[in-house]
Write a protein that binds this ligand. Structure first.
Ligand code: NAP
Length: 334
């Protein structure tokens, strides 16, 4: 008999989550009732925002203890009593961190599949990760050809997407920061960044000023804190900040970093700082696919991913993302 495994949040973490904050719950496969379909998951997404969801007073009120975290997944329908979902369909849904999910047609969308492109990409470049990068650059920062861009957490999922997309949109110089020398090398040698630095090697502002002596037009921020402060120092007048995330503070939301201390320069430099949530831009999913799929097929664009195998490793993969153990988008393959 097949067994279904579900990963529940067992307690509220203090700081960086630990394995004890989760529980692996095993049981029989869910029964397929009228109007539902059973999906065997193939890939699960682990994302920094899930850390926010683990806090009681955090993201959207917090995840209920004893339940799995909400999150993006790809799976195959193995039984169906639901109209529009057929055995064999590969679907996208948001009932993450489990081997099997019972879904309704409203909860699961059949994926079209793109010839020559791995379906897993729907969790990285062709999913919320790539869409965040695309929206931040095109809708929020409104990047223009010939402009210079700085991206923080540049070697992560959103960062590697943003760097490559910025180049495709005609950016002049693309600069990134990341947490290790190996990541810095990867950005420059494999992904075509013009310059990159390890933020552990010195103040972000000073390192960025060296990498971008003429200043930057756009800052795509995934980190917040010292990165935001450093970028405000180096942005040219009328520069734009697309604020995507603040991973530097997710483990302790109640005690955010003291930076940026130069926020008033937003006024003196006539900067525009705009935060955004990708879920408000889901209507651009088709546009993202139309833009990126040809580049993925031609090899001009790389789906940068770290793939960890097995449901038993989902928690360590998640903690790994928060600790910077991933290159590109972290995905768990089942
Ligand atoms: P990711 O960048 O693949 O993984 C997180 C990375 O953050 C780690 O690899 C680590 O890399 C870096 N990091 C961790 N702690 C840090 C710290 N204290 N200072 C600097 N860097 C640190 O994750 P992602 O899924 O692509 O998400 C990136 C950001 O985008 C997150 O802030 C996320 O919340 C945000 N996001 C926002 C939206 C939205 O709708 N606004 C949607 C998706 C994602 P290093 O080795 O470089 O430290």
């Amino acid at each position: 008999m097949s067994i279904a495994t579900t990963v529940h949040q067992a307690r509220r973490p203090v700081g960086l989550p630990t394995p004890e904050d989760f529980a692996f719950v095993r049981g029989p496969l869910p029964e397929v009732g009228p109007g539902t379909a059973l999906v065997e998951n193939l890939y699960l997404s682990v994302d920094p925002y899930m850390r926010e969801a683990m806090d009681y007073q955090g993201w959207q009120g917090g995840n209920e203890l004893g339940t799995p975290l909400e999150g993006r997944s790809i799976g195959r329908v193995i039984a169906s009593k639901a109209e529009g979902l057929t055995e064999g369909d590969v679907v996208f849904h948001r009932k993450a961190w489990r081997t099997h999910a019972l879904v309704t047609p409203a909860e699961a969308g059949v994926l079209p599949g793109w010839e020559g492109v791995d379906i897993r990409t729907r969790l990285s470049l062709l999913g919320g990760t790539g869409l965040s990068a695309y929206v931040g650059l095109t809708q929020v920062a409104r990047l223009q050809p010939g402009e210079d861009v700085f991206i923080s957490a540049a070697a992560g999922g959103v960062g590697t997407a943003a760097g490559q997309i910025a180049r495709l949109l005609g950016a002049r110089r693309v600069i990134g920061s990341a947490g290790s020398a190996a990541k810095v090398r990867h950005l420059v040698d494999d992904l075509g960044f013009d310059a990159a630095f390890d933020y552990h090697d010195g103040p972000v502002g000073a390192q960025l000023a060296k990498a971008a002596p003429e200043g930057i037009d756009v800052f795509f921020d995934n980190v917040g804190g010292d990165h935001l402060e450093g970028a405000i120092d180096v942005l040219k007048a009328h520069g734009r900040i697309a604020w995507c995330g603040a991973v530097a503070q997710y483990n302790d939301l109640k005690n955010p970093p003291p930076a940026p201390r130069n926020l008033y320069d937003v006024v003196s430099k006539s900067l525009r700082l705009e935060g955004f949530l990708v879920r408000e831009y889901n209507h651009l999913q088709g546009e993202l696919e139309d833009f990126l799929v040809p580049h993925l097929r031609s090899g001009a664009l790389k789906a940068d991913e770290t793939v960890v195998e097995g449901i038993d490793n989902v928690v360590s993969a998640f903690i790994g993302v928060l600790k910077g153990e991933n290159l590109g988008k972290m995905i768990v393959a089942l």
